[in-house]
Design a protein around this ligand. Structure first.
Ligand SMILES: C[S@@+](CC[C@H](N)C(=O)[O-])C[C@H]1O[C@@H](n2cnc3c(N)ncnc32)[C@H](O)[C@@H]1O
Length: 328
C-alpha cells in the first residue's frame, strides 16, 4: 500500500498504472479502467484538477460505481466521465475511503474473547461501526485439517475464515458496552452512506458486497456510542465513559495507516497512558512495536497481509479482509 503523500503527488498516469497492478488480482475490471484512465489524457486532466487529498484512485472509482457509471474499460468511459464530472468531483471531495469490512470480526473477536470478560469495546476509525457488533454475526472457521468451528448468532451475515496453526480459542467475546470514534461516522441505516460503502467494494467482489449489505442491515439502529472526532483527541473521554466493571479494549483495524507518523506515535503513546488493552489489525509496518517484534523471515512471504496484535505483541498474519488467519 502506498502512502497518502504518493496519491497526492504522483502524476495521474503513474498513479493509475500503479493502482491497476494493485487491483489486477481481485478486480480485473477496475485494473482495466485504471489503465484506460492512465492512457486517456482527457480523464487524467480532469483528475489532476482535484485537490491533493481527493486524488486517491479508490475515490474516483467509488464515485463511478456510486453514480451508476461504467464498471469496465470501454469506448464510452471518457465521455461518461466528462458528462458526470461535477458529480464525480463532489463525491471525491466530500466522501472518504472508509471501507468497512465485517470479515475482520473473524480474526479480531477471538482476541477480544481472550481477555477478562465482559468487554467494553471501543473501535477507533469505526466507519459505519460493523466491527462493534461481532456478536451479531455467524462464523465458520475452517482449520488446517478441514474441521469447521462455528460460532456466533444465527444471522444473515456468515463470516468464513481459514485458520492455520494453533493459537487463541475461536470464540466470541461478551460485550458489555460499545463505542466507536470516526472523523466521519457513517450511519448504516442511511441510504447514501450504505450505497457509498457498497460502491467502495470493487467489481468482481460481489459476494463481499452482498455480505456488506447484509451486515449494514443487521447493525442498522443498534445501540452504540458513536463519536465524531479525531481518534486521539476523542479517545480519553470515550474511555472515561466506559463501564468500570468491564475490560476496556481499543481496536484499530485498517485505520492507523491513515495517520501521519507523528500523529500515529501520539496515538500509541496515549494508549499506554490510558492503561487500556489495544488490538491492532494493520499493515506490517504500521505499528513500530509490532513490526519490531515480528519473527525473522516474516517479510519474505510476499502475500499482502495485516498483522493482528494485542498490546503490541504480534499474534497472527491475517488476510486484509479477515478471510484467513495464520497464528504466529
Ligand atoms: C479503512 S476504514 C476502516 C474501517 C474499519 N475499522 C474496518 O476495519 O472495517 C478507516 C476509517 O478510519 C477513519 N479515520 C482515519 N483517520 C482518522 C482520524 N485521525 N480520526 C478519526 N477517524 C479516522 C476513516 O474515516 C475511516 O472511516
Amino acid at each position: 500500500m502506498r502512502s497518502t503523500r504518493y496519491w497526492e503527488s504522483a502524476a495521474i498516469p503513474e498513479l493509475y498504472e500503479w493502482f491497476a497492478a494493485e487491483a489486477e488480482e481481485s478486480s480485473p475490471a477496475w485494473a482495466r479502467v485504471a489503465r484506460q484512465v492512465a492512457s486517456t489524457p482527457s480523464i487524467a486532466y480532469l483528475l489532476d484538477t482535484l485537490p491533493p487529498v481527493a486524488r486517491q484512485p479508490n475515490l474516483f472509482l467509488g464515485a463511478l460505481k456510486f453514480l451508476g457509471g461504467p464498471l469496465d474499460a470501454g469506448i464510452s468511459l471518457p465521455d461518461w466521465v466528462a458528462d458526470h464530472w461535477l458529480q464525480i468531483e463532489r463525491l471525491a471531495t466530500t466522501r472518504f475511503t472508509q471501507t468497512n469490512e465485517v470479515g475482520r470480526c473473524a480474526v479480531i473477536a477471538p482476541v477480544l474473547a481472550s481477555l477478562p470478560q465482559p468487554i467494553a469495546l471501543i473501535e477507533v476509525g469505526m466507519s459505519a461501526g460493523l466491527g462493534l457488533f461481532p456478536d451479531l454475526y455467524s462464523y465458520s472457521w475452517t482449520l488446517d485439517d478441514g474441521t469447521i468451528v462455528t460460532g456466533g448468532t444465527p444471522s444473515e451475515v456468515t463470516i468464513e475464515c481459514r485458520v492455520t496453526g494453533t493459537g487463541l480459542p475461536l470464540t466470541l467475546p461478551k460485550l458489555a458496552w460499545r463505542a466507536g470514534i470516526d472523523r466521519n461516522p457513517l450511519d448504516p441505516a442511511d441510504r447514501d452512506d450504505a450505497a457509498w460503502l457498497r460502491a467502495l467494494v470493487w467489481p468482481g467482489e460481489e459476494v463481499r458486497e452482498e455480505r456488506l449489505a447484509a451486515a449494514l442491515r443487521t447493525v442498522a439502529g443498534q445501540d452504540a456510542l458513536r463519536v465524531a472526532g479525531d481518534i486521539t483527541d476523542a479517545l480519553p473521554a470515550v474511555v472515561a465513559a466506559a463501564p468500570r466493571d468491564a475490560t476496556v479494549v481499543v481496536v484499530h483495524s485498517a485505520t492507523l495507516a491513515y495517520l501521519p507518523r507523528e500523529a500515529r506515535e501520539r496515538h500509541l503513546a496515549l494508549l499506554t497512558e490510558l492503561g487500556v488493552h489495544w488490538v491492532t489489525n494493520e499493515g506490517r509496518k504500521v505499528v513500530p512495536a509490532v513490526r519490531d517484534a515480528l519473527p525473522a523471515g516474516f517479510a519474505d512471504d510476499p502475500r499482502p497481509c495485516f498483522v493482528l496484535a494485542l498490546d503490541g505483541v504480534p499474534l497472527a498474519r491475517v488476510g486484509s479482509h479477515g478471510q484467513w488467519l495464520e497464528w504466529l
